[in-house]
Design a protein. Sequence first.
Length: 215
Amino acid sequence: MFGLFYGFWQLLFRKDEYNILILGVDGAGKTSVLTTMKQLLGRRQSGAGPPLLQEGRTLPTVGLNIGTIQLSSARLTFWDLGGQKSLRSIWEKYFAEAHALLYVIDSADDARFDDARLTLQGLLSHPDLEGVPLLLFANKQDIHAALSPGELETRLGLQQVYSSSQPRLVVGTRALDGVGIEEGVMWLVDRMQASSRHASGAPTPKGSSWPNYDD
């Protein structure tokens, strides 16, 4: 009898848990995106106004920065990994446990496009990331020289390197005031939940041996 009631309790109250990798070359604004994302979604739940991140207040990630966001239907754990070339070798250790990839690009930094493009192509060719949804943030849209999401998608050659069977969305974002961030995250949650339901008829995210962290 206890098992029956416990099963009903799980169906009614449990939240799907997903691990999301935040990757990109250094200077793209990954940590700023994560900081604003936590503030934006937290204030959305409480009914407060939008956040404002002060420019220059966020330091580059060295190693791993973990953030957790609680939504009504899901618990999201974000792994923000440092983008310096010397740190990219550790990225692969997290691929197998990731349910989605959030790739951040400085859309105004023309000098780093080739590095960002080659890095993304390497990620998309890795078997452990096959089939995971890709959310690409064309960040720093507040800068005049920034490429639009469509221009950036063409510049990166995503049509040639990304499987048409895998979900993909490119969103223009401004990490300082949160424009585009909530739209992208909600799309990502929807894609992850749809994928897990399609696979088994019920939400069953990848099992993870990694601990959960709360900020």
